[in-house]
Design a protein around this ligand. Structure first.
Ligand code: KIV
Ligand code: NA
Length: 276
């Protein structure tokens, strides 16, 4: 299997569906890559899934570098896309470029993702000018949680739908290589997908996108939180893990772990001397 590249992802528009799954460390990246998923997203969702925070606003460039570098250690065939955290691309073009540069240089990201449409265009253009591929993210953008007044489906009304379509067109024209559409109604996602010449990657955006993305912990049942409507759980790994750990605990109590085969044996003569 060949390494997945940004041009290869772009070329999948009008071809087979794209898949993306989050990962935050090396073993998770290996699992995702073994499944032949096209892209690994080192999402700022690491704050909620791994760091126990209620939202993604706590993510910093240091945190994203830390997890991105861990994912990169697995040398995945999948393209590594790393999220730019909140406030790392809002203050100035200079700070944006420096922060994305750290994700690439220290975090080994092969592309970065940032949230928002036309108001982020100067930052997007600066990153593209610095040769950093950019993935867009529109709709229910979790870094806007306070501005949106909670996690609510976006683009339901006609005017909001038109604004999202304009944002999508502007990002595509600026040169982003793919666009995440999160938490928007199906027909709006379908129209955006038809109107732009780069792949759309949906999450809670219906079946008409060019690809789909989900969070590792959600797909695999590692989350105990309430799951949104758009998540399909393909395994209950938390239950499997808990029952394995209960068995371990029971074996320790029963004295059946460790067994003789799991034990280092003291040399007979050393044992005799030690016991005397
Ligand atoms: O951080 C994340 O996991 C994401 C996806 C939900 C698209 O941005
Ligand atoms: Na994110």
């Amino acid at each position: 299997r060949d390494k997945v590249t940004v041009p290869a992802i772009k070329a999948r528009k009008h071809a087979t569906k794209l898949t993306m799954v989050t990962a935050y460390d090396a073993p998770m990246a290996r699992i995702v890559d073994e499944a032949e998923i096209d892209m690994i997203l080192v999402g700022d969702s690491v704050t909620t899934t791994v760091l126990g925070r209620p939202d993604t606003l706590a993510a910093t460039v240091d945190i994203m570098v830390h997890h991105s570098a861990a994912v990169a250690q697995a040398l995945p065939r999948a393209l590594i896309v790393t999220d730019m955290p909140w406030l790392s691309y809002h203050i100035s073009i200079e700070e944006t470029t420096r922060n994305a540069g750290r994700l690439v240089r220290e975090g080994k990201a092969e592309a970065v993702k940032l949230e928002g449409g036309r108001k982020r265009l100067p930052m997007v253009e600066a990153l593209l000018a610095a040769e950093i591929p950019v993935m867009g993210h529109l709709g229910l953008t979790p870094q806007s949680v306070h501005a949106m007044g909670g996690y609510k489906v976006q683009g339901k009304e006609l005017e909001a739908a038109h604004e999202l379509l304009k944002d999508a067109r502007a990002l595509a024209e600026a040169g982003v290589f793919a666009l995440v559409l999160e938490g928007i109604p199906d027909v709006l996602a379908q129209i955006i997908t038809q109107e732009i010449d780069i792949p759309t990657i949906g999450i809670g955006a219906g079946p008409h996108c060019d690809g789909q993305v989900l969070v590792f912990h959600d797909i695999l049942g590692l989350t105990t939180n309430h799951l949104p409507k758009f998540v399909r759980q393909y395994a209950q790994l938390a239950e499997i893990a808990t029952s394995a750990l209960k068995q371990y605990s029971a074996d320790v109590q029963a004295g059946t772990f460790p067994a003789d085969s799991e034990t280092y044996h003291t040399h007979k003569e050393v044992a005799r001397t030690l016991k005397n």
